[in-house]
Design a protein around this ligand. Structure first.
Ligand code: UT7
Length: 336
């Protein structure tokens, strides 16, 4: 029997309408447009409407990815969602709600929690299910209503995050050229307190204390996370390229997690990447956690920059701490 590979067939994303600009934030906290742009590269981020929930964003991204894949919803045999802002803590899973909204029934569905590394973690799960022969067409989606866990009086975090979703269809193929080449995902829980949402959970079940102390909001050791992100991401991408004997100059699309322009620039420079190789969306979406990488892939696909067969290098870092990188061709149809 010929070996089975997992191929990246399509991409879709959803960006909520409402824009929160740096000048809006200037009116909310002690910050300036100049500081935010200089330290993060972010100009604006999109926020979901009050009645728009994570599964709404996810379902819209999934519907687009499906329509662009050539795979019907009846052929999907696994639905996976990565999110740290699920519809419910903790059931039903957001993947189950998204499946329902798409009319996908009687199919395995579950969520994973890997913060900003969520989408590349999903790729690893989809790859394992497909290569083992258990599933044929996996719908993966990173979806976040991050604004639901942001304290808009905390200038350390509220300037960074945005909402959105990005989805992809990953399908079985026997053509090695179309398959994911390599993927590396890792974690170190010793740094759990670098990025944490203290409640709700068994450590801090919902209580008056949680409300009074704002423990339901994300807390971040920004500068420590920044330094570790640059170090870890640089090492991770260098290793995956070396292992696969690929030169960084031969990567047309380096698609890093969009947390901070300075992190992306430092990693790109360490790899001697040219500006045109590095995909940047942080200026317009901010950090959308598990949605950031698929939203960035969608941007280059929609603008006609991503062609069939072209190599993508994904690289991400987030709460947990978690990190991951992947090397793969885009095996779907180009847009232009
Ligand atoms: O997605 C998961 C991974 N997440 C990340 O990778 C995020 C990593 N961290 C970062 O992006 C950056 O650390 C931040 C953008 C969050 C902060 O930038 P920084 O260069 O690390 O600044 P800092 O935290 O060292 O703070 C420098 C100064 C401080 O003032 P003092 O103590 O020097 O007087 C802060 O209080 O900047 C101040 N500051 C601000 N000033 C204006 C912090 N936030 C703001 C703000 N506006 N929004």
């Amino acid at each position: 029997m010929s070996k089975i590979y997992a191929s990246f067939k399509s991409i879709g994303a959803y960006v909520p309408e409402r824009i929160l600009s740096n000048s809006d934030l200037e009116k909310m906290v002690d910050t300036t447009d100049e500081w935010i742009i200089k330290r993060t590269g972010i100009k604006e981020r999109h926020l979901a409407a009050e009645d728009e929930v994570t599964s709404d964003l996810g379902a819209k991204a999934c519907a687009l990815a499906l329509s662009r894949s050539g795979v019907s919803k009846e052929e999907i045999d696994l639905v996976l969602c990565a999110t740290v802002t699920p519809d419910y803590f903790n059931m039903p899973s957001t993947a189950c709600v998204i499946s329902d909204k798409l009319g996908i029934r009687d199919v395995q569905a579950f969520d994973i929690s890997a913060a900003c590394s969520g989408f590349v973690y999903l790729l690893s799960v989809a790859k394992a299910f497909i290569e083992s022969g258990m599933k044929k067409n996996v719908l993966i989606v990173g979806a976040e209503k991050f604004s639901s866990i942001v304290d808009y009086t905390d200038r350390n975090t509220c300037i960074l995050f945005g909402d959105g979703a990005g989805a992809a269809v990953i399908s079985a193929t026997t053509d090695k050229e179309e398959g994911i080449i390599d993927l590396h995902a890792s974690a170190d829980g010793a740094y759990a307190d670098f990025l944490v949402t203290p409640a709700p959970g068994t450590v801090n079940p919902v209580s008056q204390k949680v409300i009074d102390q704002g423990l339901n909001f994300v807390q971040m050791k920004g500068n420590e996370t920044f330094k570790l992100a640059v170090k870890t991401l640089t090492k991770d991408v260098k290793e995956i390229l070396a292992k696969n004997k690929i030169n960084s100059n031969d990567i047309p699309h380096f698609i890093p997690h969009q947390a901070n322009y300075r992190i992306i620039k430092a990693v790109g420079d360490a790899l001697k990447m040219k500006e045109e190789q590095v995909v940047l969306t942080v200026d317009k979406y901010g950090n959308t956690s598990a949605a950031s990488i698929p939203m960035a892939i969608n941007d280059i696909w929609e603008s006609g920059r991503l062609q069939t067969g072209e190599l993508m290098l994904l690289d991400t870092f987030g709460g947990g701490l978690t990190w991951a990188s992947a090397l793969l061709p885009f095996s779907g149809k180009a847009n232009k």
